[in-house]
Design a protein. Sequence first.
Length: 636
Amino acid sequence: MTQTSPPASRPYSPMMQIVRVVAIGMAVFQIYTAQFGLFSALVQRSIHLAFACTLVFLLKPFSKRLNENSPFLQRLFDWALTAMAVVSLVHLAWSYKSLAMRGGEAGVADLWLGGILLLLVLEATRRIMGLALPIITLVAVLYTFLGDRIPGMWGHFPIDYEQFISYQYLTTEGLFGIPLGVSASFIFIFIMFGAFLVSSGTGEFFINFSNALAGDYRGGPAKVAVVSSGFFGTISGSAVANVVSTGSFTIPLMKKIGYRPVFAGAVESVSSTGGQFMPPVMGAGAFIMADMLGVPYLEVLKAAILPGILYFLALFWMIHMEALKLGLRGLNREELPPLWATLKAGGHLMIPAVLLITFLIMGYSPMKAGLWAIISVWLVSFFRQSTRMGLRSVLQAMEKGATGCLEVALACACAGIVIGCVTQTGLGLKFSGLIIAAAGGNLLLSLIFVMFSSLILGMGLTTSAAYILTVILGGPVLIELGVNPLAAHMFVFYYACLSTLTPPVALASFAGAAIAGSRPFATGFESMRLAAVAYLVPFFFVFSPELIWKGTLSAIGLAALSATIGTIALGSGLIGYLLDRLNWFFRLLLLAAGFAMIKPGIYTDISGLILLLGLGAYQFWKSRRTLGKTIQLPAI
């Protein structure tokens, strides 16, 4: 991706110089621990959070009228908050050994600093992410203190301030729990890997390569968006950031050849979100899932392959059908970069991605694999002068990696507080019983309840934080009902990711709408239509785990084949075009055919296939017989 030069005033701003030093210091700390091993959990996570809070308070002033060039005295409040956050976190890192010696008993200083830190984390999260997550966290905290007054199953035993702070601040069950641990280890490394790829020009290369490969096909720019955004989205871990970065290239090209603005914005947001479903990295979700389930990484990778392929196949097909429906063409070959010249100029930039996958398959830890992938980006950048990363570029990539992880770090910190409240009050165990009781023990109803819970709790969060927050409540419900644990986690993960597309808080869709100049909610609903397969497939792999590679090879192969054909039928039904335009009745029949074939089962497969072939044959016959026109087969 083309780098823009920073404003002239930035290098001379004392505040921005401090921010750069802190950001690079954070990157150095993370690189050191990736290579030489993590510190103890409380130390690693508290130092990581100290860096994150410092950067947020310095980069995001308490007043919108202030910026990095504001006088020191006007930023005094931000400096005070920074100092309090650092003191609270350094105190914990410094005294963790004495804490172990006294059996985790809280002192007066611990109680004061712990309470201050929780408030500071909420404020930092508000500044970087808005009010949604802090409000959810505050509700959880209020429930912890006041829930003993609620009668019935929703109530719990009394919890006082000392118990609450001790649990949240002095253990790894609350604020410093699994979510922050994930952020402080491999998520940061993969965000920095993405920053190095951008600095080396890999983003720009993939857009050029995709254009050279598919830009002149029907709807070419939209297909380019799918390839480039899908690839980059799997590494970036943030669908919104990916929409903003790659969408600035792909959305104008889609509009240029005739796609509606709302469709162009939706294609970009759905492609970027799809990267979270697609192996090998899945926005770091694959590693988190493997860690939480205690299974090998390759097990998660295998389970995610077929649903990921179906997602992108459906998106490609609907883009193609829309192009046929509107009579669109691709770009002229003269407007596109030559394929061989593009590969020659930047093909070497694909090596780090290949090495990353190789390291992971060889059994390297995600941190080690990510670190050596980062090093390989720097090394291969020297193959061409145009991509060469000097010291300044490396430092800029380290800075971008640190500032790019702030949303994830603070979201994970808040998610840790919520999870701490859930476990300390016993709500996590009760939630399973409440959902099962509300559904009357019916698995389908329970799945629907968990789906809506995941969509709502995941709104406004990054992929990793949304998954961790939702799986702690939704996962046990499904497992208790007999669902395969991997299928249960995949189910929750899908809907946590889809929350970025689903109105009313559809951040990825809204980002695409802003670039496309379309209405946000219309783009959100268009995104839901294009991502329809992702809303359906999780139900099917819960009831029939063949789609996540559970079962005999013949059963898996048959499920994959029928789901592929079903995806085509579903896409045509949603767009309203097969061999010709479809009326609403035929569209409903195609949707039914697609639904039947995506669901594994020989009888549903046969009935769905008969419907699809029958409709196709009828359209072909009617067009030739009554209209006398040549049918436009869905060629590329």
